[in-house]
Design a protein around this ligand. Structure first.
Ligand SMILES: O=C([O-])CC(=O)C(=O)O
Ligand SMILES: [Mg+2]
Length: 225
């Protein structure tokens, strides 16, 4: 017999909400260019975005038994994160399961395998991030780990780590780093806002980025026309 536990610590909802106000790219930069899942994992609609604690599950390729199980046991606000061997040729999730997730108040799904019924997923607006789209059906046969550390898109994701995903991609934040990363993200957004305001006021890239001394130090001299 295999026993699994769905008990793990989740970050405070206010902290999840704070991280959710920053883009995936900002968070990735703010935590030292770490945590980005493989860029092949993308939303089925660019308007989709999510932020929530990871509820992790590992499925056998082309088998969604454990994904169904994860949906059954995840809590409202959770992001179901699926590792299924990065196998693209499976439509492991579609509008039927998305409706089950929506009814439970889950925050979204991130998977390294394929999904299907994308027109309906877009109409429903349930956030789904996948490695591809495939119509091939899945069996429901193989049991496996639930709420254990998994590797998805080349990154380690542990239950309760925060997943932030938007049009650009998916990033994972270690639960214990969440407050620090939220603060660093805020700082980064403020610095970038300063740059944007300066450009709008007519300042140049050469000036703001200190290009002339930088390029000269690297031995590049540009003769302007
Ligand atoms: O039925 C499945 O296994 C996946 C699917 O297409 C859906 O959830 O609509
Ligand atoms: Mg379907």
């Amino acid at each position: 017999m295999i026993r699994v536990s769905t008990k793990f610590d989740r970050p405070a909802p206010e902290l999840v909400e704070r991280l959710g106000s920053y883009s995936s790219a900002t968070i990735h930069e703010a935590q030292g260019r770490l945590g980005a899942l493989d860029s092949s994992i993308k939303p089925v609609d660019h308007r989709m975005s999510l932020c929530g604690p990871a509820f992790t599950v590992r499925c056998a390729p082309r088998d969604n038994l454990m994904l169904q199980t994860a949906i059954a046991y995840a809590r409202p606000g959770d992001v179901v994160v699926v590792s299924a061997g990065a196998y693209r040729e499976a439509g492991s999730f579609g509008d039927v399961l998305a409706n089950a997730c929506r009814a439970k108040g889950l925050a979204g799904l991130v998977t390294d395998t394929g999904v299907r019924d994308t027109e309906d997923l877009r109409a429903l607006g349930f956030p789904v991030f996948s490695r591809g789209v495939c119509i091939k059906g899945t069996v429901k046969e193989t049991v496996g780990p639930l709420c254990e550390p998994i590797t998805v898109g080349g990154e380690l994701v542990r239950p309760g780590d925060v997943i932030r995903a938007d049009a650009d991609g998916v990033v994972v934040v270690r639960r214990e780093d969440a407050a620090e990363v939220a603060a660093a993200s805020r700082e980064r957004v403020e610095v970038e806002a300063g740059y944007i305001a300066a450009y709008r006021a007519g300042r140049s890239v050469a000036e703001l980025c200190g290009l002339t001394p930088l390029l000269a130090a690297k031995g590049l001299v540009i003769d302007e026309e």
